[in-house]
Design a protein around this ligand. Structure first.
Ligand code: G3H
Length: 530
């Protein structure tokens, strides 16, 4: 396929390179005097294909990692720090001020999302707006949690004032496919619950953090948010080896999560909040509405070129409808428009990882060698930064595309006669996030749902898999996740129940009343945040 170049509209051009010349530690934006790494987009700015240089980031090393760790530890200050002891209402005010300033950076962050990760304009805008909404929803959810704990309980002669408190220092690492949203879905609840954080942006989608650096510095006390740039292994390993990290919050691959967890000398002290790989299946029953199936499978398998952890990554179709499904699905896939992220109605966009087209091609050729065919006409055609989605059928268990999370535009299809086939495959697989089931008959769907809910954590009826609405629990079994992330559950994941207890006698009750009235404690409070 010939690389297609359309002129870039003025408002989307990168006019100046972004040099991220500092990092945030201890409330200071520290100027970096060492080496820098270039940040390239796989999108070309010229008719002859050439990756575009967007800017550069500091290549920080172990010393800076340890500085950031020390800064986060000092800000927590063994539980005495300003932030972990602050009144809930004041942490909320800091967060509200931060999000107000963040909103002013929408245009530049959206533009960088398009250039850095190739996400189309509509979805880039959605990612930004969804993140802002998530912050406001988190604030509301925290107010509710706080209101629910603005009381004393009495059991067996003991009065108790129970709240949720921070865990300590959090290391936060996000993914490239949602470098703003998914990272902030970790960072924001971790912060608001009173933890201090070290945060390293994803490899792709890193410059879009630059416009937000000042706001992080301005709205949080020194050391509460520390932002590092550089390679994950170089920075995260010494931080973990220190044993001072209380929570590892990571959206990425289980291999990274396992390696980092292994580096921690006291694993029993480490809480894990992990969103990992998945291979969500679609199961198409014979009575499914195929037009609906096609729409949902297009969105499910190919939104953002399949680079979503919730993407449909394997399709099981009943033999009775296989031929019709493959025909209609191929036609629909081949109609999807390819182009740069700012082009109108574009569905398929350049892949941000330079080696991705080759990886997808290797999956296709392995499958073909083992007996699968590319079903759609455009499937597999490629250029420097793109590969057209290929529908592969029949896929068998010995193929790489069956086993690996492709995280890109290739769609393996398997047919079945017996529903035990997809169920057994799911039970055997390493993944356990979600499933989509397409069908109508309650008699068939009912027992199937009862099994599927025990294999994954969300069963979608006649719709593709997705994380949202963010108010619902987002989690998975096996290698797909650890801990639950909804707006409410994330606040729980980044905190622990901690309480003050006193025997119910006159002396103690006078002290408690005094504590409540004098406001000497920020923890003991029955104030009601509206
Ligand atoms: O990459 C995984 C994301 O959490 C998926 O979220 O279903 O909203 O695209 P989404």
């Amino acid at each position: 396929m010939q690389y297609i170049f359309n002129p870039i509209p003025e408002q989307f051009k990168i006019k100046e390179k972004i040099k991220q010349c500092n990092y945030l530690v201890n409330g200071n934006l520290i100027k970096w005097e060492g080496d820098f790494s270039p940040v390239y987009s796989t999108i070309s700015s010229t008719a002859e294909y050439k990756p575009t240089l967007l800017g550069e980031i500091p290549s920080l090393g172990k010393d800076e990692a340890i500085m950031a760790l020390d800064s986060a530890c000092s800000a927590f200050d063994k539980g005495k720090g300003l932030w972990p002891t602050m009144k809930v209402v004041d942490r909320i005010i800091a967060m509200e001020n931060f999000v107000e300033e963040m909103k002013q950076k929408r245009d530049i962050v959206v533009k960088l999302l398009m250039w850095e990760i190739g996400k189309n304009h509509t979805d880039s805008q959605k990612e930004f707006d969804r993140t802002v909404d998530y912050i406001y929803d988190t604030i509301e959810a925290y107010k509710k949690i706080d209101r629910d704990s603005a009381k004393f309980q009495k059991h067996s002669g003991i009065n108790a004032h129970i709240r949720r408190g921070p865990l300590g220092v959090v290391l936060c690492l996000g993914p490239y496919n949602y470098p703003l949203n998914e990272t902030f879905c970790l960072l924001i609840p971790a912060l608001i619950m009173g933890n201090t954080v070290i945060f390293k942006p994803a490899k792709h989608g890193v410059l879009l953090i630059s416009p937000l650096m000042e706001a992080f510095k301005k709205h949080f006390p020194p050391g509460v948010v520390n932002i590092l740039f550089g390679r994950g292994r170089v920075l995260a390993t010494p931080i973990m080896e220190s044993g001072k990290i209380n929570v590892l919050a990571l959206i990425g691959h289980s291999s990274s999560a396992n390696a980092l967890q292994e580096s921690h000398p006291k694993k029993n002290r480490l809480r894990l909040v992990l969103g990992l790989e998945a291979k969500n299946p679609a199961i198409i029953l014979p009575d499914a509405d195929l037009n609906l199936v096609i729409n949902e499978c297009i969105n499910g398998a190919l939104s953002f070129n399949g680079q979503r952890c919730t993407a449909l990554k394997i399709i099981y179709v009943h033999e009775d409808v296989k031929d019709e499904f493959l025909k209609k699905f191929s036609t629909a896939v081949d109609q999807l428009k390819y182009g740069n992220p700012w082009e109108e109605n574009v569905k398929l966009t350049p892949l941000p990882e330079p080696n991705k087209p080759d990886y997808i091609r290797s999956l296709i050729s392995d499958a073909k060698d083992k007996g699968a065919e590319i079903i759609n006409e455009n499937g597999g055609i490629y250029c420097e930064n793109f590969i057209y989605p290929a529908i592969l059928y029949p896929v068998t268990k010995d193929m790489k595309v069956y086993k690996e999370e492709q995280f890109g535009p290739v769609i393996p299809v398997i047919s079945f006669n017996d529903i035990d086939k997809p169920l057994n495959d799911m039970a055997e697989s390493n993944y356990g996030q979600q499933v989509s089931v397409f069908g109508k008959e309650a008699k068939k769907l009912g027992p199937l749902i009862d099994t599927l809910v025990n294999l994954v954590c969300r069963v979608n009826i006649n719709s593709s898999c997705q994380r949202g609405p963010d108010i619902y629990p987002f989690t998975g079994r096996k290698d797909s996740a650890f801990s639950t992330l909804s707006v409410h559950d994330a606040l729980r994941s980044f905190s622990i129940r901690t309480f003050v207890a006193s025997k119910d006698n006159d002396e103690n009750n006078v002290i408690i009343k005094d504590l409540l009235g004098s406001k000497n404690s920020n923890f003991i409070s029955t104030d009601y945040i509206l």
